[in-house]
Design a protein around this ligand. Structure first.
Ligand code: GRF
Length: 200
């Protein structure tokens, strides 16, 4: 059974959606560990309630690499095959990325390369885009720059606020993260340059 490690910093709804799909047998893997860099993260409480191993490794006041060494040690101990960032509000250094080369996914609430970085839904709304959406991508050294695994588009309506748009996007996030995890863990894709291609 493949093992997933989740990194998060907040609410944890993407983690919860993944965990529910694992429970429902829609992802043939187990979540071996959930790690938050913030003690108060809602995601940690959800994990504990669901009986999933959850721990806090605070990032505050630590050198980036010292923090990441702790993360790597915990993920290695849990023997994870895939690291899923789910609202993890830290940029990872090349040290961490090398340790899990090609095995780190992130979800971003916009159609990359549009609206990278923070407040992506607000950026899309203020830009006046007519569609936005979400992207699951491999993580590289940049901010939201890695090869795209899955995307879903949603319309932006005239009445939208950041909240209503974020909610419409979030629904799709919960769907495509599972899809992307299954593609990666099932060895069903190959990466050619920036392109993630389905194996025939
Ligand atoms: C999501 O919008 C995700 O795309 C972004 O951070 C948010 C996390 O939400 N990276 P949650 O903690 O999964 O509910």
């Amino acid at each position: 059974m493949k093992k997933i490690g989740i990194l998060l910093s907040g609410r944890g709804s993407n983690f919860e959606a993944i965990a529910r799909n694992v429970q429902a047998g829609k992802i043939p893997a187990e979540i071996a560990i959930v790690i938050s860099n913030k003690e108060g993260a809602g995601g940690l409480a959800i994990a504990r309630e669901m009986g999933i191993k959850a721990l806090c490794i605070p990032s505050k006041g630590k050198e980036r690499e010292a923090f990441e060494q702790e993360l790597v040690a915990a993920l290695r101990e849990a023997q994870v095959d895939l690291v899923c960032l789910a609202g993890f509000m830290r940029v990872l250094t090349s040290y961490f990325i090398r340790e899990f080369q090609g095995r780190i996914l992130n979800i971003h609430p916009a159609l990359l390369p549009s609206f990278a970085g923070v407040d992506a839904q607000k950026q899309a709304l203020e830009y006046g885009a007519k569609f936005s959406g979400c992207t699951v991508h491999f993580v590289d050294e940049g901010v939201d720059t890695g090869a795209v695994v899955c995307q879903a588009a949603v319309p932006i309506q005239d009445e939208d606020t950041v909240e209503t748009l974020a909610a419409r996007i979030l629904k799709e996030e919960h769907r495509i993260y599972t899809e992307a995890i299954n593609l990666v863990l099932g060895d069903r894709i190959r990466v050619e340059g920036r392109r993630v291609i389905l194996k025939k």
